[in-house]
Write a protein that binds this ligand. Structure first.
Ligand code: KIV
Length: 266
């Protein structure tokens, strides 16, 4: 498989072909994901919860992210590697530039930040510095204390219109990718159609250009009740292996079988 770049994602979007994203935190999983043709690996700050056992992503540091980004980069040969900027590492454009540079030096190809239109200057500054940015909108877990819990965002006409306007402002500011988490399917479809840049969804319905899941979730490894958008792909792996689960996920995303209506929100 040819190495995936941002141009690959733009071409896939223009052809109406879906692409696959999974979180990844180490070299062995990166190799297995390469074998299944996963296009994008996200070194998510979800590692704070699934690897470090914390109850939110807030304690994760830039050095935690750089360590795991370097581990994934050593195992990866074909996927586009996206690394999360952790909580409070991008409160000013200057701080964002310095911390994003650390993640790029560790092997990331682009960074992801959580927020809305207030990030426009930061996104422009990063792009000018040679660092593509993905903006994560909707349910942004670093703001869980502002939301008062992990709740669907963008419900209602005003909230939906505002999210669309902010997404367009971020595209105009130079964002390379948008990620929508837990937003109503119809709103995600509208935003995806309105933007030229690729849109990745999680709990945002079938119409996004790509889908992402936390790898532990899609392997059925979670304590308590899984989120509505999670599907256990190990359970449908043809040979019962982790590699088979990645192949099943890729096949279902590409064919439009996943996410099904029951994985989304109205
Ligand atoms: O940190 C993460 O894993 C994420 C995904 C949930 C999109 O941001």
């Amino acid at each position: 498989m040819k190495p995936v770049s941002l141009s690959t994602l733009r071409e896939l979007k223009s052809r109406g072909e879906k692409f696959t994203v999974l979180t990844c935190y180490d070299a062995t999983f990166a190799q297995a994901m390469n074998g299944a043709g996963i296009e994008v690996m996200l070194v998510g700050d979800s590692l704070g919860m699934v690897l470090q056992g914390r109850d939110s992503t807030l304690p994760v540091t830039v050095s935690d992210m750089a360590y795991h980004t370097a581990c994934v980069a050593r195992g990866n040969s074909t996927a586009l590697l996206m690394a999360d900027m952790p909580f409070m590492s991008y409160s000013t454009p200057e701080e964002a530039l310095a911390n994003a540079a650390t993640l790029m030096r560790a092997g990331a190809h682009l960074v992801k930040l959580e927020g809305g239109a207030w990030l426009a200057d930061t996104v422009t500054r990063l792009m000018q510095g040679g660092i593509p940015a993905c903006v994560h909108m909707g349910l942004t877990p670093q703001s869980v204390n502002v939301f008062g819990g992990y709740k669907v965002q963008g419900r209602g006409e005003d909230a939906g219109e505002q999210m669309l306007r902010e997404a367009q402002a971020l595209e105009a500011a130079g964002a390379a990718v948008l990620l929508l988490e837990c937003v109503p399917r119809a709103l995600a479809a509208r935003i995806t159609a309105a933007l030229k840049i690729p849109v990745i969804g999680i709990g945002a319905g079938l119409d996004c250009d790509g889908q992402v899941l936390v790898v532990h979730d899609m392997l059925g490894l979670h304590t308590g009740k899984p989120a509505r958008f999670v599907k256990n792909f190990l359970a449908v792996s043809d040979d019962g292996s982790v590699a088979g689960a990645f192949r099943a996920y890729a096949a279902e995303v590409k064919s439009g079988q996943y996410p099904a209506p029951e994985h989304g929100f109205d």
